[in-house]
Design a protein around this ligand. Structure first.
Ligand SMILES: *Cc1c(COP(=O)(O)O)cnc(C)c1O
Length: 366
């Protein structure tokens, strides 16, 4: 048996006709940039998030940079985000000209530790990027309360959490603006790079749309220098076809997580926790184990793929060497980076496969 970490082929096979037809119709139209597929997807995705505006962009990293810039974040500003997230969250802050300030992760939810936010706020702090890591929303109410107290902007990095809910509200409208990635392996994935910015703020959406398209509204009427970061028509058509299935795919991921929770009985495995406020969409099912290297090899031997998200806490990366962070400054992110292990998770997993993964981990013992 071969059980990969993610299986994009299984998903394509299940909706092959819809995808092929969507792609064919874009090629038939020869509208490759913009056009109906982009406009329709933007409307549908905004509505899926319960938001008023959606701007399709080239990828999730650009979405974050565009959101920051549109909110007025730039040189001399500081932006808070979690020490364990995908590198792009921090990179986008630098791309916008600002400085990233890391905050440790919460030991239970793995999202930003709200109790450690205040300590990191200075006169230069302009915004907080709350990452809905692994598919579970960050604790947005206290984050928004602190933001209000200090006059900060709040950006959701929802790249791993399409359709996740915080107190019965979908991610996308829980801060000033939300950023999504449609990288192929995400819960809603394109067949190439793609991303989106979602907001209820009309002026912000207008600014982001212009900046992502060379600072213009009309073809040669450039109001400022922007960039080229558009969602292309083929990707939009693929996303439109896949959006119809997203809720049932997220449902399947939740069911798989519940089965892992039930069948993983090895006492040395720390399972993920869905917080009382959250509806987790399990982009990743991440456990913690002490002997990760051995378990990884043991599972690999049985044809079971696992991953590590992420193996190096961001403050420990070479990219931040010059910041001279003290070892132990981010105790949760730094100790968990040696223990976290992502188990196979995708909608098309079968019960038998989950039983086999859980059984193998139980068998491994300690
Ligand atoms: C994937 C991801 C991004 C970046 O998205 P890209 O589309 O790959 O640029 C940003 N933040 C998080 C948390 C991600 O998982």
């Amino acid at each position: 048996m071969n059980i990969p970490l993610v299986d994009l082929k299984a998903q394509y096979v299940s909706i092959r006709n819809e995808i092929d037809e969507a792609i064919r119709s874009v090629i038939d139209s020869t509208t490759f940039i913009g056009g109906e597929s982009v406009a329709q997807f933007e409307r549908q995705f905004a509505s899926f998030c319960g938001a008023q505006y959606c701007v399709g962009v080239a990828n999730g990293t650009d979405a974050l940079e565009l959101a920051l810039t549109a909110l007025g974040v730039g040189a001399g500003d500081e932006v808070l985000t979690a020490a364990n997230t995908f590198f792009a969250t921090a990179e986008a802050i630098a791309n916008a000209g600002a400085k990233v300030v890391f905050v440790d992760n919460d030991p239970q939810s793995y999202t930003i530790d709200v109790s450690k936010l205040r300590d990191r706020i200075t006169d230069r702090t302009k915004a907080i990027i709350a990452v809905h890591l692994y598919g579970q929303p960050a604790d947005m109410e206290p984050i928004n309360a602190i933001a209000e107290e200090f006059g900060l902007k709040v950006i959701e990095d929802a790249a791993q959490a399409h359709g996740a809910e915080y107190r019965e509200k979908r991610v996308g409208t829980l801060g000033d603006v939300a950023c999504f990635s449609f990288y192929p392996g995400k819960n809603l994935g394109a067949y190439g790079d793609a991303g989106a910015v979602v907001t209820n703020n009309e002026e912000l959406s207008r600014l982001i749309r212009m900046r992502a398209n060379h600072g213009r509204v009309q073809k040669y009427d450039h109001e400022f220098e922007g960039m080229n970061s558009r969602l292309d028509s083929l990707q939009a058509a693929v996303l439109q076809a896949k959006l119809k299935h997203l809720s049932s795919w997220n449902e399947a991921r939740r069911k798989h997580a519940a089965q892992y929770n039930k069948w993983l009985t090895n006492p040395n495995v720390v399972k993920p926790v869905e917080l009382e406020y959250a509806r987790h969409v399990y982009h990743l099912y991440v456990v913690r184990v002490k002997n990760r290297k051995e378990i990884h090899a043991f599972l690999k031997n049985r044809g079971i793929g696992t991953g590590i998200h992420y193996p190096i806490a961001l403050p420990r990366l070479k990219a931040y060497e010059d910041r001279s962070f003290r070892p132990g400054e981010f105790p949760v992110a730094e100790s968990f980076m040696n223990e976290i292990l992502s188990l196979p998770m995708y909608p098309e997993l079968t019960e038998d496969q989950i039983r086999l993964v859980a059984g193998s981990i139980n068998e491994f013992g300690d």
